[in-house]
Design a protein around this ligand. Structure first.
Ligand SMILES: [Zn+2]
Length: 388
C-alpha cells in the first residue's frame, strides 16, 4: 500500500496534444469573462465551476490567496501584465510540448513558435483541413482543379506539422458517410460551392462530400487526424457531435492504420471511450471539459477510462486565449488522474508500479508515440520551435 501522500502524476511531464495560442493584449473584465467559457457573453461566469477554479488554482500563482475575489484577481492580473501572467501560469503546468491548432484566429493569438518561446517548451503545428479547401477556392481553383490543388496545399502546409484536423462537427456534423467520395462527386460538390460563392455566399467549406474528401486525403497523408467532437463554441450543434456518428467512417478507415484523435468528447466521453476500445486507431481525450467542469474533472476522466484503454487516452487543454485555461486544465487533469489511479491502488486492485506507468502513458508517452514526436531534452532554456 502506498502512503496517502503518493501522487502518481506529480512530476510527470505533460504533452498538450490540442491547444490554441494565447491572447497577448490586456483584457478588461467583460473580455476576460467572455473567453473563460464557450458561452461568448460572460456576465456571471465567475459563479460557476470554472470561475471558482480560477480563484482556487490561478490566484496563488499570481501571489494572491486561494479564493481571492474576481476583482482582486483581475486587478493583480492587470498589474503583472499578460506576458508575465502567461509565463507564470503556463510555467507551472509541467507541459513540455504543445500541439497547436493554428487555424482558429478570431483575434490575434500567439503562433506555435511564440508560445514555445514564451514558455521555453517545444510547439508543433496542427493544420486544419477545411482551411486548405477554402484556400484552394480563394486562390481561384476550378471545380476540376480543386482536388489536386488541395492535395498540393496539404503536402506544402504539413511539411513541419504533426497532424491534421477536421472541424466537420462545426460545419456538417459528424454523421459522415463512410466511403471515400468519387472524383465526380467532388467536382459536383465544388461546382455547387463555387456557384454559391459567385452568388455572394461565403467561402466556407461546409459540404458533407467535401468533408469526406478532406478526411480521406488527410488520412492518406499519413499524419494523425484530429476530429472536433462534443462540446465547443455556441455555434456547434451538439446533437450532431456524438462520436458514435463516426462509427462507419472509423470502421472504413481502420485498415489505413492512421491514428484518429477524438477531441473533447464531453458529454459523449463514454461513447468515445468505447470507440477507443473497439478501434485500434482511435484515441480520445477530454480537453476543454477538464477545465469547464472544474472540480468534476476527475469524474469525467474516470468515466472515459471505464472503457478507453490506458494507452489510448491523452491529455489536452484545448485552451484558447487565456493562459488560465492551460493552467486549470493541467492542474485539474493532474488531480483527477491521480485520484483515479490512487483509488485503484488504495483498493488493492492495482499496483503502484502500474499506476505510475499509466500516469506516464497518459501524461506524455501516448502522445509521443501516436504523433511520433521526438523526445526533446529536458526543457530548461528557451529552445523555441523553429517551425512557426
Ligand atoms: Zn480546440
Amino acid at each position: 500500500m502506498p502512503s496517502p501522500s503518493v501522487d502518481f502524476v506529480d512530476g510527470v511531464d505533460l504533452v498538450d496534444h490540442h491547444c490554441h495560442g494565447v491572447v497577448r493584449r490586456a483584457l478588461d473584465r467583460p473580455s476576460f469573462e467572455a473567453m473563460l467559457t464557450e458561452a461568448g457573453a460572460g456576465a456571471g461566469v465567475f459563479d460557476s465551476q470554472i470561475g471558482f477554479a480560477v480563484r482556487r488554482w490561478c490566484a496563488p500563482v499570481l501571489d494572491l490567496p486561494a479564493h481571492s475575489s474576481p476583482e482582486d484577481y483581475l486587478a493583480r492580473r492587470a498589474e503583472l501584465g499578460v506576458d508575465e501572467v502567461t509565463r507564470r501560469l503556463l510555467g507551472r503546468t509541467g507541459t513540455t510540448a504543445y500541439l497547436v491548432d493554428s487555424g482558429f484566429e478570431p483575434e490575434p493569438i500567439t503562433s506555435p513558435a511564440e508560445l514555445a518561446g514564451l514558455t521555453g517548451t517545444t510547439a508543433y503545428e496542427i493544420v486544419r483541413l477545411e482551411r486548405l479547401a477554402e484556400e484552394a477556392v480563394l486562390a481561384g481553383a476550378t471545380a476540376t482543379g480543386f482536388a489536386d490543388e488541395v492535395r498540393r496545399l496539404l503536402w506544402e502546409r504539413t511539411r513541419d506539422a504533426v497532424a491534421v484536423k477536421s472541424i466537420a462537427a462545426y460545419r456538417v456534423g459528424l454523421d459522415l458517410a463512410p466511403d471515400r467520395p468519387s472524383a465526380a462527386d467532388v467536382v459536383a460538390a465544388v461546382e455547387g460551392w463555387l456557384a454559391s460563392v459567385d452568388a455572394g455566399g461565403p467561402v466556407r467549406c461546409a459540404d458533407e462530400v467535401l468533408t469526406r474528401f478532406l478526411v480521406w486525403e488527410g488520412l492518406g497523408r499519413g499524419l494523425p487526424l484530429q476530429f472536433h467532437v462534443g462540446l465547443g463554441d455556441s455555434d456547434v450543434d451538439l446533437h450532431r457531435c456524438d462520436p458514435l456518428l463516426l462509427t462507419g467512417l472509423l470502421r472504413a478507415t481502420e485498415p489505413l492504420g492512421v491514428p484518429v484523435m477524438l477531441l473533447h468528447n464531453y458529454p459523449f466521453h463514454r461513447h468515445a471511450g468505447y470507440l477507443a476500445q473497439v478501434f485500434p486507431h482511435v484515441y480520445v481525450d477530454v480537453g476543454l471539459a477538464t477545465h469547464n467542469v472544474g472540480r468534476a474533472a476527475g469524474q469525467v476522466i474516470a468515466e472515459t477510462l471505464e472503457l478507453a484503454p490506458f494507452g489510448k487516452f491523452l491529455f489536452s487543454s484545448d485552451a484558447f486565449g487565456l493562459p488560465e485555461l492551460y493552467h486549470l486544465s493541467a492542474s485539474l487533469f493532474r488531480r483527477g488522474l491521480n485520484d483515479f489511479l490512487t483509488g485503484g491502488v488504495r483498493a488493492g486492485d492495482w499496483s503502484s508500479a502500474d499506476a505510475a506507468r499509466v500516469a506516464r502513458l497518459i501524461g506524455h508517452e501516448n502522445a509521443r508515440r501516436a504523433y511520433r514526436l521526438e523526445v526533446p531534452p529536458r526543457p530548461a532554456k528557451n529552445q523555441g520551435a523553429g517551425q512557426g
